[in-house]
Design a protein around this ligand. Structure first.
Ligand SMILES: Nc1ncnc2c1ncn2[C@@H]1O[C@H](COP(=O)(O)OP(=O)(O)OP(=O)(O)O)[C@@H](O)[C@H]1O
Length: 286
């Protein structure tokens, strides 16, 4: 199995929105970041994978199984953390263990209580008494305590303080040290993906705008701020998007080493995932 997740030609139409023939993969052993503006279709795609909504067409395979036919088997092997809170409000944190033991065949109580301690979650607090961030941490403790091979995280880290977010990012990196483990992480905090993602899947208005490896972004992409006359002298092959400003042009280049060979004094800044996203949404794409 090369890919943990394969989404093929996924289409879902709502009144004012179409998720339009979307295809992408999560390679085994990788962390993939799913990014896109509000309403781009990220949650729609994730809801289809989890069989929460029924797509109009398309195939989804998770861990080499069909997402509908094999839903029960898949859910045993997948950990999910969504933006919304999905634990039962009147339960004590420790009672979650009793319930999850019945749901997951490979539930690990010892590991769950270790996570409660690590995340400073009091066993004797009710779920409804937890803050939003504490609730997110509880969902992570559940997702990580049943030997899941694949984590699907939809805006899961947005309610966490920077220190806890950093701890979770580290946990995710440790999780994929096992090459059978993979993560799909939808987030607006693109700096998190600069730190840990192997691939970036960028959705825009219901379509896949691009899929790139972080290595490709780091090695080949860059941001050049230049004067209009210099920009006019460039070949369109030298860049993939640009934004005209009052006295200069911001250019997204995708073969920066080649450009630097021709223009040795050129200053090309590192392109962050946020920079690239802004070029594709606000700029002119070549
Ligand atoms: N049940 C529904 N009925 C009608 N439209 C819907 C429904 N669910 C989602 N949509 C629409 O689908 C579009 C995509 O929504 P979705 O939640 O997938 O976006 P998103 O990329 O996750 O956005 P965000 O970053 O804001 O969470 C939006 O225009 C939304 O209004």
């Amino acid at each position: 199995m090369e890919n943990t997740l394969t989404v093929s030609h996924l289409t879902k139409t709502y009144k004012d929105f179409t998720l339009d023939d979307v295809s992408f993969q999560v390679p085994r052993g990788s962390i993939c970041g799913l990014i896109g503006e509000n309403g781009a279709g990220k949650t729609t795609a994730i809801s289809a994978m989890l069989n929460i909504i029924t797509p109009d067409s398309g195939d989804i395979r998770i861990l080499d199984m069909d997402y509908r036919e094999d839903e029960k088997k898949i859910k045993q092997r997948v950990g999910v953390v969504l933006d919304e809170l999905n634990q039962i409000p009147h339960l004590y944190c420790k009672d979650i263990d009793t319930i999850m033991k019945k749901i997951y065949s490979s539930w690990d109580s010892r590991l769950f209580f270790q996570y409660l301690e690590k995340f400073k979650l009091p066993q004797k607090k009710k779920v409804k008494e937890l803050s939003k961030g504490m609730n997110v941490k509880l969902n992570f403790a559940v997702a990580l305590s049943h030997n899941a091979e694949f984590l699907i995280l939809d805006e899961a880290t947005s309610g966490l303080d920077p220190v806890m977010r950093d701890d979770i990012l580290q946990l995710l990196q440790e999780f994929v040290l096992d090459e059978n483990h993979s993560v799909l992480l939808s987030t607006h905090i693109t700096s998190d993906l600069d730190k840990i993602a192997d691939y970036i899947i960028f959705m825009h208005e219901g379509n896949i705008q691009f899929i790139k490896s972080k290595e490709d972004i780091e090695n080949n992409y860059g941001v050049l701020q230049c004067r209009n006359d210099f920009f006019e002298a460039l070949s369109p092959d030298d860049y993939c998007a640009y934004i005209k400003e009052e006295y200069s042009v911001k250019v997204l280049v995708h073969h920066k080493q080649e450009l630097l060979r021709h223009f040795q004094d050129l200053v090309i800044e590192r392109a962050s995932i946020e920079d690239i996203m802004l070029f594709y949404i606000k700029g002119v794409i070549i």
